[in-house]
Design a protein. Structure first.
Length: 344
């Protein structure tokens, strides 16, 4: 049996700080020019298109773009173009296609349809010679390097970092630029955070909720997917604003719930919901900066809310690698899955 630190999932997640540092340096000219162009001629709205972990990055992008740029951001289903062949009215839109491989047929068709419909296609892709990178009007490489584990880690976090850097250049916000420049060091500080309580607490679990809100909602989606993918654990993600509207009825004694929170206007509500779950007998784990709640999962102090989800997901990946092994799974080779999912 592997040790947790020897898995590709662990090792590739561990590379994230170096990946982001390289990305920030090498993509600065591309994004400075793009930011200047977008300020001079802003799009009417933004559309994202992605699947899997990349779509969870798009969920994060929605909150970043809408809060920092004031532009409505919607998610387009790839099947609208690839299956239904619908005509979309995207004149003046920015169409952001996100993919690790840049090879999925439905995403390629959607990007081409968006281009034909008048959108400017921006591709965030890790594989630089991929068809999607070549098709896009503007290509921003993720620069994560080869990712061998089926479970995406460093490429997912590199996507979030690229979204932040793009937004900083587009908004020309010095405060956000400073936050982005600190990100590699913040990731290094966060790597050794102790999340062993989560690994031990979920060893025998069968079902789980993962709850986040705002900037952290995409992180909850990603964590739930990885728990299913690598640990054989049925996990579902919910917004802290929605989980009481039905799902809470399933929660009883010992039911595990993981809360991912950041120190912004969503924090008090998220912690209140966590306490309500604990009062029902749930086993509640909370990742929130400065939290003094029971079963708190450590995060570094003095982290900007907008980057907290990146540190939380990085620590989660490390814990998930150990949890998978503890449950008898190899996190690098999930059953029935491949690295590139070629959805039509």
């Amino acid at each position: 049996m592997k040790e947790a630190s020897s898995t590709l999932m662990f090792r590739e997640a561990h590379e994230t700080a170096a990946v982001v540092e390289r990305q920030l340096r090498e993509n600065a000219p591309i994004l400075a020019a793009l930011g200047e162009r977008l300020r001079a001629k802003p799009p009417r709205f933004i559309v994202t298109c992605a699947r899997g972990s990349s779509d969870h990055a798009a969920a994060y992008a929605k909150y970043v773009f809408e809060t920092r740029l004031g532009l409505i951001t919607a998610s387009a289903s790839p099947s609208i173009s690839s299956i239904y062949d619908a005509d979309l009215h995207l004149d003046g839109a920015l169409f952001v296609a996100i993919s690790q491989s840049g090879k999925s047929p439905d995403l390629l068709r959607s990007a081409q349809a968006a281009k034909t419909a008048g959108a400017h296609v921006l591709a965030l892709v890790n594989v630089e010679d991929s068809p999607l990178a070549q098709m896009a009007d503007t290509f921003v490489p993720l620069r994560a390097g080869p990712e061998l584990s089926v479970a995406a880690t460093k490429s997912y976090l590199a996507t979030l970092a690229a979204i932040l850097q793009l937004t900083a250049h587009w908004s020309n916000d010095k405060v956000l630029h400073d936050v982005v420049q600190r990100l590699p060091d913040d990731l290094r500080r966060g790597w050794d955070s102790d999340w062993s309580a989560l690994t031990e607490g979920l060893r025998d679990a069968r079902n789980l909720f993962v709850v986040g809100r705002g900037y952290g909602f995409g992180a909850s989606l990603e964590a739930a997917l990885k728990l299913k993918e690598t640990c054989g654990l049925h996990a579902e993600a919910f917004s802290a604003a929605e989980v009481k509207h039905g799902p809470m009825a399933l929660v009883g004694e010992g039911f595990p719930v993981l809360f991912l929170a950041q120190d912004d206007g969503t924090l008090d509500n998220t912690l209140t919901v966590a306490r309500e779950f604990r009062a029902r007998g749930a086993r509640v784990f909370i990742a929130a900066p400065g939290s003094t709640e029971p079963d708190t999962l450590a995060l570094p102090k003095d982290i900007a809310p907008i980057v907290t989800p990146l540190l939380a997901v990085q620590s989660f990946y490390r814990a998930a690698s150990a949890l998978a092994l503890a449950r008898g799974y190899d996190p690098d080779v999930p059953p029935h899955l491949r690295k590139v999912t070629e959805t039509m």
